[in-house]
Design a protein around this ligand. Structure first.
Ligand SMILES: [Zn+2]
Length: 159
C-alpha cells in the first residue's frame, strides 16, 4: 500500500497510476542510478505545484456542486411560484364568474329603510371606486334622512 503524493488517495503497490487523480505512482527505475540533488529539488517543486493545482481543482468541484444544488433549489422554487400564480389566476377567474352570475340574479338589495343598494353593488363589482364612494355617501344621507351632511347623532343611529 502507498499514498498518492498529489491527492493522498491510498493505492496498492501494483498500481502504476493513482485511481483517484491519475498521477503516476511508479518510482524511478534503479537503472537511472543516483539522482542528482538539483534534479530532486525540481521534482519536489513540481510535485508541490501539482498538489496545489489538485487542491484548487477539488475546491472548484465542491463549489460547482454547491452551485448546481442551489440552481436546482431555485428551479423548484420557481416551479412552486408558477403553480401559486396559476392557482391565484384560477381563483380570480372563479371569483369574477361568481360575482357576475350574482349580478345576473339581480337580487334586490334594499335596506330596512328602503334604500336600494343595487347600484352600489354594481359599482363595487366593476371596481368603480370613486363612483361607489359617491353612491355610498348618497346612500348614507338618504338612509339617515338628511340632505347634505351627517350629524354625529345620525351616524350613531344609522340603520
Ligand atoms: Zn492521486
Amino acid at each position: 500500500m502507498g499514498t498518492c503524493r498529489i491527492c493522498q488517495q491510498e493505492c496498492s503497490e501494483d498500481q502504476q497510476f493513482c485511481s483517484n487523480c491519475g498521477y503516476p505512482l511508479t518510482a524511478f527505475p534503479p537503472t537511472l542510478g543516483e539522482i542528482p540533488q538539483a534534479f530532486q529539488e525540481i521534482l519536489s517543486q513540481r510535485e508541490r505545484w501539482e498538489q496545489n493545482i489538485w487542491q484548487k481543482y477539488e475546491q472548484l468541484q465542491r463549489q460547482f456542486q454547491q452551485l448546481q444544488q442551489e440552481a436546482s433549489n431555485n428551479q423548484q422554487l420557481q416551479q412552486q411560484v408558477g403553480q401559486l400564480q396559476q392557482e391565484i389566476a384560477r381563483l380570480g377567474q372563479k371569483l369574477e364568474s361568481q360575482s357576475s352570475s350574482q349580478q345576473q340574479e339581480e337580487v334586490p338589495l334594499k335596506s330596512a329603510v328602503g334604500y336600494n343598494y343595487t347600484k352600489l353593488r354594481y359599482l363595487l363589482a366593476k371596481q368603480k371606486w370613486q363612483e361607489a364612494d359617491e353612491e355610498t355617501a348618497k346612500a348614507m344621507l338618504t338612509v339617515a334622512g338628511r340632505d347634505n351632511f351627517l350629524r354625529e347623532k345620525d351616524i350613531d343611529n344609522f340603520p
